[in-house]
Design a protein around this ligand. Structure first.
Ligand SMILES: Nc1ncnc2c1ncn2[C@@H]1O[C@H](COP(=O)(O)OP(=O)(O)O)[C@@H](O)[C@H]1O
Ligand SMILES: [Mg+2]
Length: 274
């Protein structure tokens, strides 16, 4: 029977989304960046958020991260209505975000970066040994093994290593949802692979992972689900197997697609809002 393998591979997936967003709206002055966005992010799944430049991907990410406050709509976390009004609210829920640019402080070393703003103290002094051990443990558990010393300044790392440290920093805090905004945009092939492997490892640990990318190679390599924003509207979300490259491009560039790739259990037909 066709569906069997699918059922097995999806058994690690919770039936209910970890995060449900309903009817999100966000404007900046006259610019309506998000319209009535419904999006679901599942534990144990990588969701790729796709869309052309200006579609609203970063704004949506920042709303979920509590950096921007939504004008309309509601978040549900593990099926409970929640407010996300600040990065602190997001962190309390277990939401962490890795941004393309602002990820790390160049002049600080890896340990200092991973604990920036959440330093561990012992009688009022920085507990360096403790922080160093935790940082090393987190990096090795994620198999980030290419850095020579966790005391080297972040400025000396390659782009892929920097992203890996930024991701490790994000997952060190019992996070349940990690969002990566264009994590591979500035990376070469090998480094891109390293970051995508890391995204998969987080998923395999049961985290919900959202990856923003407009590189369709990355998207199809890593995504379990795909959601597409078009001019601030979420026009489709479904399992990755319900799409092919052309249909994703269609959704990204026109907001619609006439292509049907594969029957989807969710709605018995075309990729849908499911
Ligand atoms: N802080 C802001 N102030 C005003 N407009 C903004 C702001 N942030 C984003 N926008 C606008 O919102 C829209 C979506 O932007 P963004 O989410 O950054 O797109 P992308 O999908 O490329 O990440 C764009 O029209 C952008 O100009
Ligand atoms: Mg962006």
């Amino acid at each position: 029977m066709e569906g069997v393998a699918e059922v097995v591979s999806e058994s690690r997936v919770a039936a209910e989304p970890l995060l449900k967003a309903r009817g999100l709206g966000k404007h900046f002055g006259p610019v309506q960046a998000l319209y009535d966005v419904d999006v679901d992010l599942y534990a144990g799944q990588v969701t790729a958020l796709c869309g052309d430049n200006g579609a609203g991907k970063s704004v949506l990410t920042k709303c979920i991260a509590g950096i921007y406050q939504i004008d309309q709509g509601q978040f549900f976390w593990e099926d409970h209505p929640v407010h996300v009004r600040s990065p602190r609210d997001a962190a309390r829920l277990g939401i962490e975000t890795v941004y393309q640019d602002l990820a790390l402080a160049d002049n600080l070393d890896i340990v200092q970066n991973m604990f920036l703003g959440r330093e561990r103290l012992n009688n009022g002094f920085l507990n360096e040994d403790d922080m160093e051990r935790s940082a090393a443990r987190t990096l090795s558990s994620l198999r980030v093994t290419t850095v020579r010393s966790i005391r080297q300044p972040v400025a000396s790392l390659s782009g892929g290593q920097r992203q890996s440290v930024a991701v490790a920093k994000a997952v060190m805090w019992n996070s349940k949802l990690v969002m990566l905004d264009e994590p591979t945009a500035a990376l070469g092939v090998v480094q891109t692979r390293m970051v995508l492997d890391l995204a998969r490892r987080l998923r395999d640990r049961g985290l919900a992972v959202m990856v923003i990318s407009h590189n369709l190679n990355d998207v199809f390599e890593v995504a379990d689900r795909i959601a597409v924003l078009y001019l601030g509207r979420l026009v489709v979300q479904d399992r990755a197997s319900a799409f092919d490259r052309q249909s994703v491009v269609d959704y990204m560039t026109t907001g619609a697609s006439s292509r049907t790739v594969q029957r989807s259990d969710a709605d018995g037909g075309k990729p849908g809002q499911g």
